[in-house]
Design a protein around this ligand. Structure first.
Ligand code: SAH
Length: 255
């Protein structure tokens, strides 16, 4: 009765938001999708690559309302794969950078459903790059950390304390609501004058950027009414951004 179906799952990184920042391999996977399960932070324009007949299901968790738990998403993914064939699980950025991608891979493995992972451009590197802020730069930064501002217990990661005491570039995801606390960690590490940036909705038309010293960051973020999704960048590399040079000039003029 059913046509022969080939059960498989592709965990696909959608990139930071701009639909053109999807890999060619990602486009090809979508073209052969029977079902697409997509998240809140993926651009719906990407669904146009999937066949018209493919089933497209939004499984995002928009802030506040949890429409689908991770367990429900895992189960849905398997049910669709067993019943329809190729499920493309479209996830914001890269599936393995705070994307819970491995949990989905692991769940699929427990049903012996084959999974292919297609990496995506993570917002953690891609969004700074689009602002022409390199995460490493000779003489300024020898490494970078990508840390969560919201761990499973709701607290900032302890790694932020260590990172703030290093010379590394520190990129913090899911940290906007904890900005005051994060700023105080950097200040306690003697970094009040460290250049920092906050980028909201990087690579999309709603993109907003704030560049400031750690000391001034929170006031500027409030003034600009920055909202999630946003990421924080702390490090000397932010001084390479042209607007930081202007800030230093203004600062020198008033002090
Ligand atoms: N897997 C994703 C990250 C998921 S966690 C990736 O690799 O990008 C979600 C967090 O990522 C958001 O809270 C925000 O901090 C950050 N983020 C995702 N897309 C973003 C964007 N376009 N601009 C700024 N921050 C973004």
């Amino acid at each position: 009765m059913n046509k022969h179906i080939e059960t498989k799952i592709t965990l696909l990184g959608a990139g930071p938001g701009d639909p053109e920042l999807l890999t060619l391999k990602g486009v090809k996977a979508l073209q052969t999708a029977d079902v697409v399960l997509y998240d809140a932070l993926t651009n719906e324009a990407l669904l146009a690559h999937a066949p018209e007949a493919a089933i497209k299901v939004y499984v995002g968790k928009r802030s506040g309302e949890h429409s689908h738990s991770q367990g429900a998403i895992n189960q849905l993914m398997i049910d669709y794969a067993l019943n329809y064939g190729h499920v493309v699980r479209l996830k914001g950025g890269d599936p393995f950078v705070f994307g819970r991608g491995y949990e989905e891979l692991d769940f699929a493995a427990s049903y012996a459903v084959p999974v292919t992972v297609i990496p995506g451009i993570s917002s953690s590197i891609g969004v700074p790059a689009l602002q022409q802020i390199p995460v490493t730069h000779r003489g300024l930064s020898e490494s970078f950390w990508v840390i969560t501002g919201t761990t499973t217990n709701g607290q900032i990661s302890d790694d932020i304390y260590q990172a703030a005491n290093s010379n590394a570039t520190v990129v913090i995801l899911m940290g906007l609501k904890k900005l005051a606390q994060i700023v105080s960690v950097f200040k306690a590490a003697g970094k009040a004058q460290l250049p920092a940036a906050v980028v909201q909705n990087g690579s999309t038309e709603n993109e907003k950027l704030v560049v400031a010293t750690v000391e001034q960051l929170q006031a500027k973020v409030e003034e600009a009414q920055i909202e999630a999704p946003a990421l924080l960048i702390f490090g000397e590399v932010v001084s390479l951004h042209p607007s930081f040079k202007n800030i230093i000039k203004q600062y020198a003029a008033i002090s």
